[in-house]
Design a protein around this ligand. Structure first.
Ligand code: NAD
Length: 362
């Protein structure tokens, strides 16, 4: 299969971990006989240095003319956010690209690899039951996109944020969740606050209606406050977790700690045409950038998600997951998951994963 991929590595560790994901993709091409064309584009602070803007027209055009976008991360050190190069960098690049392509579905798998059980914050009797869930978050509506106002004198001020949802938008994300569940454990947990909010009442009704199209899947509804506890007490009981934008923002961060490190987590953002952007869940980690010690697994698993969700390459996706699992089982650890033990470099981790892809050598 021939595919064209926009490679937007970005800033900080972005370029370091992207290099490892590209090694893995090249090996996948060789093993499975595909031909991928990689087109690079600048975004974030690196784009600002050349173009004076964070998401320049050249990068828009590179991204538009490909089959998928593989994204690294953007942003500078937290104490330099007011410098022109970094000011509003994340808003101007990652939020802008999400808006440009109308990404409305966000997928974040959270899997605890058995070799990393000790890196999980939860008790071992909970972890032993296994953690493998997929957060499906609606990205295009909810309170973030309503009217925001603040008025009045200090001490007497009033603040207002509008929350709204369209039934069609809820139906679209619900279909995405059920389709994902059909190829997993066939269970969808929908999160809302239907005892209080009208948006949630509509959410619950619309999701229940969509569920009728997927008789092979089980649907349960859980209130968001209860969900924040249940997911800690019995994470192994959840498969696909379907959430509106704000609840998804919060719960997906909560469950991300189960994987042992932010550096382990991939994500995908898809639009209604099925076009997707794939990126690790972490940021540009300026504190470790340039040292060659970042964990590349989140970026490598993001590339794997791209193969599955944008190109329909399930076998290739699974081969990457197996190679990651094997590499961890063999004891390789970057600093973030080494728990004080021996740590390998970013490229050593990437090389070993490539080697473990059907036993190939880089
Ligand atoms: P961060 O996710 O970059 O880092 C948080 C902590 O996790 C740091 O200690 C970092 O070293 C560690 N970490 C993150 N990824 C790692 C990896 N792959 N391997 C090992 N350790 C890793 O968050 P932050 O420090 O709050 O933000 C830094 C910059 O990233 C900011 O400019 C922020 O705006 C930006 N950011 C960008 C995105 C994005 O591009 N989508 C997302 C979040 C934050």
């Amino acid at each position: 299969m021939n595919k064209k991929i926009a490679v937007l590595a970005g800033d900080g560790i972005g370029t370091e971990i992207m290099a490892e994901a590209l090694k893995v993709l090249r090996k996948i091409e060789e093993i499975f006989g595909h031909k991928f064309e990689y087109v690079e584009g600048l975004i974030g602070g690196s784009a600002w240095e050349k173009y004076g803007e964070h998401f320049p027209e050249e990068t828009v055009s590179v991204s538009e003319n490909t089959d998928a976008i593989l994204f690294g991360s953007v942003g500078g050190p937290v104490d330099k956010q007011m410098e022109p190069k970094w000011k509003n960098c994340e808003t101007n690049s990652i939020l802008a690209i999400r808006k440009h392509f109308n990404f409305n579905v966000n997928l974040r798998p959270v899997k605890l690899y058995s070799a990393l059980k000790d890196a999980c914050v939860l008790r071992s009797d909970i972890v032993d039951k296994g953690i493998d869930m997929l957060c499906v978050r609606e990205l295009s509506q909810d309170v973030y996109f309503g009217k925001h106002e603040m008025s009045g004198e200090v001490g007497m001020r009033h603040a207002f944020d509008e929350m709204s949802y369209d039934e069609k938008v809820i139906e679209a994300i619900a279909h995405a969740a059920f389709k994902a569940a059909q190829v997993r454990k066939k269970k969808v947990t929908s999160v809302d606050k239907a005892n209080v909010l009208n948006c949630s009442k509509l959410w619950r009704e619309a999701v229940t209606n969509v569920a009728k199209n997927y008789p092979d899947c089980v649907l349960e509804h859980v209130l968001v406050d209860n969900m924040s506890m249940q997911v800690l007490k019995r994470p192994g009981d959840f498969d696909v977790i379907l959430m509106p934008n704000m609840f998804g923002d919060i719960i997906s961060d909560e469950v991300s700690v189960f994987a042992g490190s932010l550096g382990m987590l991939p994500s995908a953002s898809l639009n209604e045409r099925g076009f997707g952007l794939y990126e690790p869940s972490s940021g540009s980690a300026p504190d470790i950038a340039g040292k060659g010690i970042a964990n590349p697994i989140g970026q490598i698993l993001s590339a794997a998600m791209m193969l599955k969700f944008s190109f329909g390459m399930t076998e290739e996706h699974d081969a990457i997951l197996n190679a990651v699992e094997k590499t961890l089982a063999e004891g390789l650890r970057t600093g973030d998951i080494a728990d004080g033990g021996k740590a390998v470099s970013t490229s050593e981790m990437g090389n070993k994963i490539v080697e473990n892809l059907r036993g190939g050598k880089i």
